[in-house]
Design a protein around this ligand. Structure first.
Ligand SMILES: Nc1ncnc2c1ncn2[C@@H]1O[C@H](COP(=O)(O)OP(=O)(O)OP(=O)(O)O)[C@@H](O)[C@H]1O
Ligand SMILES: [Mg+2]
Length: 385
């Protein structure tokens, strides 16, 4: 494997900026990804994830800043970068006239792989991504999920040093998602560096060594999943208020206990509030709700999930404290080295955020997502007194 320069970093970016007309897509993005590790780039819709990936894969020139991938400058040495990377973009790109096997074989051969190796490698990828049966059909007739899997396989066809996966599991069924996760884990075990963007926080939790949270074209926090959770701090009381008419009263009662603001999911009646006082706070909360004659069920006290971290940092609704965007280490600038501990680069504007799914099962993922979309359309998610 060619040496990734820059102290073992396979990807490094400093101060990347990019505008589209008046729109600032990137306002100074810094990233460092050690060779052989996985960086999860998380952010709501429009945060700048795809723009970052396009710059790092030489598809787009930055207006400012510098970036090196696999030891080469993305602006000055784009051919050298391209020879060493694989990309699966946000929207699957396959040659529809070719079969799945031909698509993969073509890429492997174009990147200089010998015939026999390319054939064997292609066959392995077709199996890995559950495309064996469809291998010799034109990909133009593939379903969305099959195209996605073929596109992912294509990103790996040339055995690249650095792989960029832009929302690799969006649109995949659970099996496709598992296959993709396994493929990423195998890649990393072989020493490949991976940058993946995702809206699935559980995916970042499962796959990424470090996570950078991006919003409004800036990295607003970075660290491992446990570090980011610890930075948000405290625990979350979550309970369900069954009677819709009682939900406002419940939120008022919990808000009165302060200092944190409860958040209501109007679809499910789930109310979440942060606390630093564990079971004492839980007892107080339940007593207060009982005094208000509010019936509750599914009561839980738990550490923050990555969902909480994401929503807190990006200014969406959560059970976090008022001014939630500034909660985790707001005073600290984003730390330069991944794994050096979580940090936040200042608060982001409070606004309804594009939420990812929760860390729960797939079913909960979809229900949370629908809930968020509905909340977004409704314009409000967090309960405010
Ligand atoms: N080619 C373009 N022309 C104009 N605006 C663009 C272009 N590409 C991106 N933008 C804008 O730049 C911002 C960042 O877009 P980007 O695609 O990088 O976001 P993203 O984080 O990938 O979002 P998503 O989660 O929706 O994929 C958005 O406001 C987007 O509208
Ligand atoms: Mg995108």
């Amino acid at each position: 494997m060619a040496a990734a320069s820059g102290g073992g970093e396979a990807i490094s970016a400093e101060g990347l900026t990019r505008r589209f007309g008046d729109k600032v897509a990137l306002a100074g993005v810094d990233l460092r990804v050690p060779a052989g590790s996985v960086l999860g780039l998380l952010g709501p819709n429009g945060a700048g994830k795809t723009t970052t990936v396009r710059i790092l894969t030489t598809l787009l020139r930055p207006d400012g800043g510098r970036a090196r991938v696999a030891g080469y400058d993305v602006v000055g040495e784009p051919s050298a970068v391209r020879a060493r990377i694989g990309l699966s973009g946000q929207y699957a790109a396959v040659d529809e006239r070719l079969t799945a096997r031909e698509n993969l074989y073509l890429v492997a051969r174009l990147y200089g792989m010998g015939r026999r190796t390319a054939r064997a490698h292609t066959a392995g990828l077709l199996e890995r991504f559950a495309l064996g049966e469809a291998a010799d059909r034109p990909s133009g007739g593939f379903s969305g999920g099959m195209r996605r899997r073929l596109d992912l396989a294509g990103a790996l066809a040339a055995r690249p040093e650095v792989v960029f996966l832009d929302e690799p599991t969006t649109g995949l069924d659970p099996r496709g998602r598992n296959d993709t996760w396994e493929a990423v884990q195998e890649l990393v075990a072989q020493g490949t560096t991976v940058l993946l963007t995702t809206q699935y926080l559980e995916e970042a939790d499962a796959l990424a060594d470090t996570i950078s949270v991006i919003d409004h074209g800036r990295v607003i926090a970075r660290g491992t999943a446990p570090e980011l959770k610890a930075a948000v701090g405290g625990e979350r009381i979550t309970l369900t208020v069954t009677d819709p008419a009682a939900r406002g009263r419940a939120c008022e009662a919990l808000a009165a206990l302060g200092p944190h603001r409860p958040a209501l999911d109007p679809r499910t009646g789930s109310v979440t509030v942060a606390t630093e006082h564990g079971t004492d706070a839980l007892r107080t909360a339940l007593e207060s709700l009982a005094a208000e004659r509010v019936d509750v069920r599914d009561v839980a006290l738990a550490p923050p999930t990555l969902d909480d971290v994401f929503l807190t940092l990006t200014g969406g609704a959560s059970g976090a404290s008022p001014g939630a965007g500034s909660t985790p280490g707001a005073a600290a600038p984003a730390a330069p080295a991944p794994g050096a501990g979580p940090s936040a680069a200042g608060p982001s504007a409070a606004r309804p955020s594009g939420s990812g799914p929760s860390e729960g099962g797939r079913r909960r993922v979809f229900s949370r997502r629908r809930g968020t979309e509905r909340a977004r359309k409704g314009g409000a998610h967090a309960w405010r007194p």
